[in-house]
Design a protein around this ligand. Structure first.
Ligand code: GDP
Length: 296
């Protein structure tokens, strides 16, 4: 389970604080040292950890907390609030267009889970009464188009493709026209990924963005890659000014470092998390619930 070890360590450390009637500055500092180590072990970005611990310390070492009747509990409350705010305070939703169709562009490295997410997101939106269209713009990876068609078929959502001989910018443009004509109110564009970030990929994504002017650019990153996911997010954000991040494979990520760092490092919210391979395994990301899950 994600955050398993972090949760255990934080609960243990904070439990000790709660057990004390009165707190000294030394108690808080010692606890924060343990919190810092636990966060670093969970692979949270170093700067993020430092800021976080300093904030909690600053708020905890003061008359109001130290001289309250339940100082330990106050510190736990502060940790909870700061963890929540680290991950974005409240749930961030998709920007829907005032005039449909809403265009959602998915991007990310190969294997991050874009194609799967196209199906998951389409499925989620369809359940909410939308009429999505999936668009196959990955013309490079063999079988990518077929994979999207299979995914679309599983959730009974149409897939627009023009084979692998057309330029992705033209495919995206044609898909928009097609979607408008067919009453699709959400158009989900699955773009190509590469094993590594390269200029060709970024230029192509930039061209698609300029052409179709998406309401939402979602970056898909693999939670299991930890801090690599965070630096991938930084690069994509720099080039494309993304609107949000989807963290996939959180079901297989025991540490949770990317989930705790991405928002603070990029300034962009985590909007959804992938919790499995099935097309139902997508959840909106709730920072407060995630924080409570960590603190028990
Ligand atoms: P793409 O190259 O970015 O389009 O990636 P794919 O959608 O093909 O996904 C790559 C692999 O990750 C596939 O085997 C998916 O089943 C798997 N995958 C995607 N999302 C998740 C997730 O949230 N959890 C798990 N466990 N596997 C996932």
């Amino acid at each position: 389970m994600v955050f398993e070890s972090l949760a255990e360590k934080l609960q243990n450390t904070l439990g000790k604080l709660k057990g004390k009637g009165k707190l000294t500055e030394k108690d808080v500092k010692e606890a924060m040292r343990e919190v810092k180590l636990a966060l670093l072990e969970a692979d949270v970005n170093f700067r993020v950890v430092k800021n976080f611990v300093n904030k909690v310390k600053e708020r905890s070492i003061g008359h109001e907390v130290m001289e309250s009747l339940t100082p330990g509990q106050q510190v736990v409350k502060i940790v909870n609030e700061e963890l929540t705010s680290l991950m974005g305070k409240e749930e961030s939703k998709i920007n829907f267009a005032d005039n449909p169709p809403t265009v959602i562009m998915l991007c990310g490295l190969q294997g991050a889970g874009k194609t799967t997410l196209s199906g998951k997101l389409g499925n989620l939106l369809k359940k909410k009464g939308k009429k999505p269209l999936l668009v196959a713009c990955d013309i490079y990876r063999p079988a990518a188009i077929k994979q999207l068609q299979v995914v679309g078929g599983q959730v009974d959502i149409p897939v627009f493709s023009m084979g692998d001989k057309q330029n992705p910018v033209n495919i995206a443009k044609a898909a928009l026209e097609h979607g408008k004509k067919n009453g699709n109110d959400v158009i989900i564009v699955d773009t190509a990924g590469r094993l590594h970030i390269d200029e060709g990929l970024m230029d192509e994504l930039g061209n698609i963005k300029n052409e179709i002017n998406p309401n939402e650019i979602l970056l898909v990153v693999d939670a299991m890659t930890g801090q690599d996911a965070v630096s991938v997010a930084e690069s994509f954000n720099e080039k494309l000014d993304i609107d949000g991040v989807v963290l996939t494979k959180l079901d297989g990520d025991a540490r949770g470092g990317a989930a705790l760092s991405i928002r603070a490092v990029t300034g962009k919210p985590l909007k959804f998390v992938g919790m499995g391979e099935k097309l139902e395994d997508l959840e909106p990301f709730h920072p407060d619930r995630m924080a409570s899950r960590i603190l028990g």
